[in-house]
Design a protein around this ligand. Structure first.
Ligand SMILES: C[S@@+](CC[C@H](N)C(=O)[O-])C[C@H]1O[C@@H](n2cnc3c(N)ncnc32)[C@H](O)[C@@H]1O
Length: 294
């Protein structure tokens, strides 16, 4: 069973799945040819899948996000780690040397640069910096597609250069895609990748009350069509699918055709000492086998 220290994502991200990661990984269907994840976000799930792949035993890794900054950042980390580490460290050093008001000014200067930058490598560096120093690790764009998150008042940021180097090696086998999830899944299906796969989905926030869509805008400009998403998954005819989210009545209504697993219950059975005080749930189309401690 997986119970190791959870690795952090290099991208600070609001609402990442970090806290329930081991519980989730223990419920993943192991020993499949392909691991497919189509809402990558910070990448924290992927990173920990790779770390624990001696137990999960996947051969290929296909991951996607509609946010091009995330995908370009990971591609840069994969291909040019030295370049990324050098440039992000330079920005961090300057930032840390400033007083509070200079830090704020610097943040807004770099945010402007990011929104105007055309060169992808430079933009990826700025993206990583802005996520670290912006408000709460939130990614949000205005109607014109410009990143508009305010300054986060972070006193000091730390970049672990050695860790970034290790991550670069860890993500070597991964194929990154920057598509809308429907096109990504169509590509997976057409290439015959779905048959022998485990698919993990962490879709955009589902508001408890669909009329209150504001929180959803933390992630994207548009509201995400969860019912359309369910239809797409059913269409795939994949045998092993997990979709994670917070518990809510809306979730039950929309995802009611799947098996509902409470991560808390799973954890309780695995390790009675640790209790997970959350309402995180995972919908699956397969029965989760509860792992025992070795
Ligand atoms: C809830 S977050 C994933 C968080 C991630 N599991 C983590 O722990 O960091 C959802 C992600 O879906 C992406 N997304 C939103 N709409 C999408 C779409 N139509 N196609 C693909 N990705 C989409 C967002 O950019 C966001 O990164």
């Amino acid at each position: 069973m997986i119970d190791s220290k959870v690795l952090n994502s290099p991208i600070r991200w609001a609402g990442s799945k970090k806290k329930i990661l081991n519980e989730m990984l223990n419920a993943f269907k192991p020993n499949k040819e392909n691991y497919i994840e189509c809402f990558l976000g910070s990448g924290v799930v992927l990173i920990n899948v790779l770390k624990n792949n001696d137990k999960l035993n996947y051969k290929n890794f296909y991951v996607n996000d509609i946010n091009s900054n995330i995908i370009n950042f990971y591609k840069l980390l994969q291909k040019k780690p030295d370049y990324l580490i050098k440039h992000i460290s330079e920005l961090v050093k300057v930032y840390n040397s400033y007083d509070a008001s200079e830090k704020e000014k610097y943040y807004y200067e770099l945010r402007k640069q990011f929104n105007e930058e055309k060169a992808l490598d430079k933009k990826s560096i700025l993206f990583c910096f802005l996520m670290k120093t912006g408000f709460n690790g939130v990614y949000r764009e205005n109607k014109a597609g410009k990143f508009n998150v305010p300054f986060g008042r972070i006193e000091e940021i730390v970049i672990n250069e050695e860790y970034l180097g290790e991550l670069s090696k860890l993500i070597k086998p991964v194929k990154f895609y920057n598509l809308d999830y429907k096109s990504f899944l169509d590509e997976m299906k057409n290439d015959g990748k779905v048959e022998n796969s485990f698919m993990y989905f962490d879709p955009p926030y589902l508001p408890d009350d669909l009329l209150v869509g504001q929180k959803q805008e933390l992630y994207t400009n548009d509201t995400f069509d969860h019912r359309g998403f369910v239809d797409k998954i059913i269409d795939l005819k994949s045998k092993y699918v997990m979709i994670s989210m917070s518990d809510s009545k809306q979730a039950d209504d929309i995802y009611g055709g799947f098996i509902k697993n409470s991560m808390k219950e799973t954890l309780r059975t695995i390790n009675p000492v640790k209790l997970f005080p959350s309402t995180e749930i995972a919908f699956t189309n397969y029965e989760i086998e509860l792992k025992k401690e070795e």
